[in-house]
Each structure stands twice: as structure tokens, then as C-alpha cells.
Design a protein around this ligand. Structure first.
Ligand code: LLP
Length: 425
């Protein structure tokens, strides 16, 4: 469900025609519908509550889309934040997420990041190794603070998703192996300045099957029981993110938040803990499109190329993971043709879609790469010295440029010539 729809033969974001944004800001540009962001957050939280989960903490995974306006819209809904760097922590706080709703995940937190998290007074640090426990204890002791800690479990569960974004297998770098959790908890209790409070797990992203979630929750339940029978108090279990969303309209839809919530409620019944969740893609994925203009329609040796002004540096997902993004014409013409959508970057991998059925397109036409709100703008780069892609937020009939385009001149001005190269040769 999203708020991008055709009205009077033209694609709109809520009540704003995408052509108006393209004319004012230029292309490529990311456009987000605030109504979709808010709706998805509410649908997820309400699904959990309706399934009987008492006051779940929904900590939005900032990495999916860290735009400050996106975070501010979610903060107003009462969202928490799952952050993985000092940069994300800074953004979440700046956008108004209370520290008491912030979780810090990540396998490589530096001591500076640990200190920043402790000084901000966040809810919980999800610790991913015994080595990290020892370091966090030192940092917290030096600051005179107690660090609230959850142990991230590596449950050895196959998420059955793209291998690049599966995180729950035993050989993955994430979490503490399940058979070492009891010892790690005892270590945390014995170390100064640590307050072990919970467990955390995250098995992967874009899961389209509930079975891996069920398997991970089962492992968590076993660990919870084992910790309690060893006399430890476990107050919170963080079940991570990962619920998939529809990208390809021709495929069956993935499980809904209600399906997921029912599974979680059943599988965690009687646990007596606060449950936390870290959805990212589910909240923002369908809330964004990458709006792009057709530069040229080129007849190749064997096929027709639609060359867009957006490229792999603006949306890396098709290149990096080989995944599908639906492409819609903003003003569709009648008929169907076949085309390969590419960007201008000098790599064959700069391809958004191969041999895709589309309405006929001509130079100057606008297209929307759909479902680009998650892991889109945030993974953009300036490769080929292309300007960093701007972002627009829409609410109803209003819109705002929330991240202006960074031009090649601005980017170059940020660099310094080595002094010996600034002099005449
Ligand atoms: N929690 C943790 C600890 C995570 O590592 C992630 C995502 C999430 C929550 C949020 O997962 P989500 O609900 O968004 O699936 N760049 C890739 C996705 C990488 C996901 C990394 N971790 C992509 O474009 O598909």
C-alpha cells in the first residue's frame, strides 16, 4: 500500500504531480510520501498490539532511510530508533527521538561510539561479542556510567533471502554464537559498569517467509529459559527487523505485518519481557520513488535501451543485489514495448531492468523507480562525479526539498589540493 497513484493520466505522490517536482528540482530525485511512512509505522505497531503484544518498542532501523525529515516524521509517531553508528545516533537525536527509545546495534562499534551512546543515555547497546563486552565495560567505567546491554545472539538460522543481506547463519559475522550466550551473560554480570538486560536477534532483511523468524524466536525462547533457570533476569528481547515488502507486482505478496505479529505473539506467549522490533524497509520502502528522466532511447545491436538520468550511484540495489524495482512511466502512453533500462555510468552493471515490458517511452519522459524509499538515497554515492541525489518529502499537496542536490562544484570544493600540487610545477 502506498500513496503513489495515477490521477488524470499522471503519477502523483499524494496530491502532488511528480512532473511538478521534476520541473522545480530537476532529476534524478527521490520523492517520499509522508502519509505512507506514517501509515506503515502505524500498521506495524497496531498489528503487534492487536495480536496482544503489550507496549512493543518499535525502533525504526535508521539505516534504511536516515533523512532527517523522515526521522522527524517517525519521531512524532513515537518511534524509537535502531542506530549503527555515531552518525545515525546523532541524526536520531537531532530528529527528536528520545534517547530512551534508541538501541545501538553493530559488530564494529568503536570506543568513541560506545562513549557517545553512553553519554546520550540510550536505552540499550546490542553487544555482538565477548570482546566488545570487555571494551564497553572499560569505556563505561571511565565515564562513570552503567551500560545497559543486550546480547545479540547468532541463532544459526538461514533467513532464505539474498545471501548479501542474510545475517543469521552461524558463519556470519553477527552476534554471539548461541552456545556461548550463557557464559557471555555471566561475563557481563561480572564485569564492572555493565547491566545486562536483554537479548537481541536479527536474521536478515527482505524475508518473504515467516519460517526463519519462527526459528529465530524458538532459539531466543530456549536461551531465555536457560538464562532464567541460571538465575539471570532478562527484561527485554529485541527481535530485529527484516520483514519483506512487495517489489514486483507480478509476484505473490510477502506475509503482512498482521501475519508476522500473530506469529510473534504466539511464539513469545508467556515470556514476560518487553519486546522490541527494528523494522526499516517495511516502514519506508514503499514510501519512496526515484524519479528520473529519459535522456535517450537507444537502439542497440540486439535490444532497445532506455537511458535514464539516474544511475547505479543513485540506486545501487539492482547492481549490487540483482534485485527488481518496478518502473512506471509518470505519464504512460498506450501500448507495451520491451526495453532495457540503464543509467549513464560507464559500467555494464549500471542496469536497472533487463528486457522489461513497459509503456512506450521517449526522450524527456519521466519514470519512477518504485519502492526506492529504503536503502536508496542512503546508499547513493557520487561515482562518476555525479551530483549527490536530492530528496523531497511530500505531505498532502505540499512538498519540500529536504536534501538539496550537491553539485559537482560543491563536492570538489570540499576537497583540498595537496600543497605541493597547488604550486606551479
Ligand atoms: N536491525 C539490524 C540489526 C539490521 O542489520 C537491519 C538491516 C535491520 C534491523 C533492518 O532490516 P529491515 O527491516 O530493513 O529489513 N542494503 C540492503 C539491506 C541491508 C539490511 C541491513 N540490515 C538492501 O538494499 O536490500
Amino acid at each position: 500500500m502506498d500513496h503513489f497513484h495515477e490521477r488524470f493520466g499522471e503519477l502523483h505522490a499524494e496530491d502532488v504531480p511528480l512532473t511538478a517536482i521534476a520541473e522545480a528540482v530537476g532529476t534524478p530525485v527521490y520523492v517520499y510520501a509522508e502519509a505512507t511512512i506514517v501509515r506503515h509505522f502505524r500498521v506495524f505497531r497496531q498489528a503487534l498490539e492487536a495480536a496482544g503484544i503489550d507496549r512493543p518498542l518499535v525502533a525504526y532501523a535508521v539505516k534504511a532511510n536516515p533523512n532527517l525529515s523522515v526521522l522527524a516524521a517517525l519521531a512524532r509517531e513515537g518511534a524509537g530508533a535502531d542506530v549503527v553508528s555515531e552518525g545515525e545516533l546523532h541524526r536520531a537525536l537531532a530528529a527528536g527521538v528520545p534517547p530512551g527509545r534508541i538501541l545501538f546495534s553493530g559488530v564494529g562499534k568503536t570506543q568513541a561510539e560506545m562513549a557517545a551512546a553512553l553519554q546520550a543515555g540510550i536505552l540499550q547497546i546490542n553487544v555482538e561479542s565477548e570482546e566488545e563486552l570487555a571494551e564497553l565495560s572499560q569505556v563505561a567505567t571511565a565515564l562513570g556510567r552503567r551500560a545497559p546491554v543486550a546480547l545479540r545472539v547468532n541463532p544459526d538460522v538461514d533467513a532464505r533471502t539474498n545471501p548479501k543481506i542474510a545475517t543469521g547463519r552461524g558463519e556470519a559475522k553477527f552476534g554471539i554464537p548461541r552456545d556461548r550466550i550463557l557464559a557471555a551473560w555471566a561475563q557481563a554480570e561480572a564485569l564492572p559498569s555493565l547491566a545486562p538486560t536483554g537479548l537481541a536477534v536479527h536474521v536478515g532483511s527482505q524475508l518473504t517467509d515467516l519460517a526463519p523468524f519462527a526459528a529465530a524466536i524458538r532459539v531466543m525462547g530456549e536461551l531465555l529459559a536457560a538464562l532464567r533457570s541460571a538465575g539471570h533476569a532478562v527484561r527485554r528481547v529485541d527481535l530485529g527487523g527484516g520483514l519483506g515488502i512487495p517489489y514486483d507486482p507480478s509476484l505473490p505478496a510477502p506475509p503482512t505485518p498482521a501475519d508476522y505479529a500473530r506469529l510473534v505473539a504466539q511464539a513469545t506467549a508467556g515470556w514476560g519481557v518487553e519486546l522490541a522490533f527494528e523494522p526499516g524497509r517495511l516502514v519506508v520502502g514503499n514510501a519512496g520513488v526515484l524519479l528520473s528522466r529519459v535522456v535517450r532511447v537507444k537502439r542497440g545491436a540486439t535490444r532497445t535501451f532506455v537511458v535514464l538520468d539516474a544511475a547505479m550511484n543513485d540506486l545501487i540495489r539492482p547492481t549490487l543485489y540483482g534485485v527488481f524495482h518496478h518502473i512506471r512511466a509518470v505519464r504512460p502512453r498506450p501500448g507495451v514495448v520491451n526495453a532495457t533500462f540503464v543509467g549513464p555510468v560507464c559500467e555494464t552493471g549500471d542496469t536497472f531492468a533487463e528486457d522489461r515490458a513497459t509503456t512506450p517511452l521517449e526522450p524527456g519522459d519521466l519514470v519512477a523507480l518504485m519502492t526506492a524509499g529504503a536503502y536508496g538515497a542512503t546508499m547513493a554515492s557520487t561515482y562518476n562525479s555525479r551530483p549527490l541525489v536530492p530528496e523531497v518529502l511530500v505531505r498532502g499537496d505540499r512538498w519540500a526539498l529536504v536534501r538539496p542536490r550537491l553539485t559537482p562544484a560543491e563536492l570538489a570544493a570540499h576537497e583540498r589540493l595537496a600543497p605541493w600540487l597547488a604550486e606551479a610545477p
